[in-house]
Design a protein around this ligand. Structure first.
Ligand SMILES: Cc1cc2nc3c(=O)[nH]c(=O)nc-3n(C[C@H](O)[C@H](O)[C@H](O)COP(=O)(O)O)c2cc1C
Length: 189
């Protein structure tokens, strides 16, 4: 196709635009640890599941394997410094316990109070894909800051999540259109 270019060298990359920025909370040898992750996705609706790809060398992998649990925390642009730090520094070398105020649900998976959304997961299963282990977590509980909630649930405009794209962070843009609705205009054309 003349209007496309293949990415070199192999043309095969795990590219997906845009990506969320989340923090994976784990407890490793009794210490809370937070790792920045962009390779995170909802994986199933019923039962609710979230999957995150964690490189085998991450300290985080030890915590998930140890406790069979992890948390997914959605930081706001207000936490961009702490979020990026957790993606530069490894818990194997530095203590990230104090990066956030940890709170717990039922499982040994610390959640970061400063992040507007906290999702507690028990480990459902994991798949070794090569460099990364895909951890699939069953969602056990979800906490949302009251200040970021409306009568319709979590409000992304108030949450102000951090969008990750090619080594840069972006602030979410403006509201565009209603999903599951805008496309109907196509039929009306
Ligand atoms: C924006 C961003 C996204 C990242 N996404 C991932 C990811 O999805 N999976 C992963 O294994 N590492 C990812 N990393 C790298 C880890 O966050 C980084 O190696 C971190 O220091 C690991 O911490 P830990 O050793 O305490 O687990 C990302 C880093 C940044 C800055």
């Amino acid at each position: 196709m003349k209007d496309k270019t293949s990415l070199e060298p192999t043309g095969a990359h795990a590219f997906l635009f845009p990506m969320p920025t989340v923090l994976v909370g784990t407890e490793v040898e009794g210490k809370a640890n937070y790792m920045t992750a962009a390779w995170c996705t909802p994986a199933c609706a019923a039962p609710p599941m979230i999957a995150v790809a964690v490189n085998h060398i991450r300290h985080t992998a030890l915590g998930i394997d140890e406790n069979k649990a992890f948390s997914i925390n959605v930081p706001s642009v207000r936490q961009v410094i702490e979020t990026d730090y957790c993606g530069i520094a490894s818990g194997a070398k530095v203590d990230k316990t104090k990066m956030f105020t940890s709170f717990y649900g039922t499982f040994k998976a610390p959640m970061a109070r400063e992040c507007p959304i906290n999702i507690e997961c028990s480990l459902h299963s994991s798949v070794d894909l090569g460099s990364h282990e895909l951890y699939i977590g069953q969602v056990e509980s979800v906490f949302v800051d009251k200040a970021c909630s409306t009568e319709f649930g979590p409000d992304p405009v108030r949450i102000e999540p951090i969008i990750y794209l090619k080594s840069k962070y972006y602030h979410m843009g403006h509201f565009l259109a209603d999903a599951f609705s805008e496309g109907k205009k196509h039929a009306e054309k």
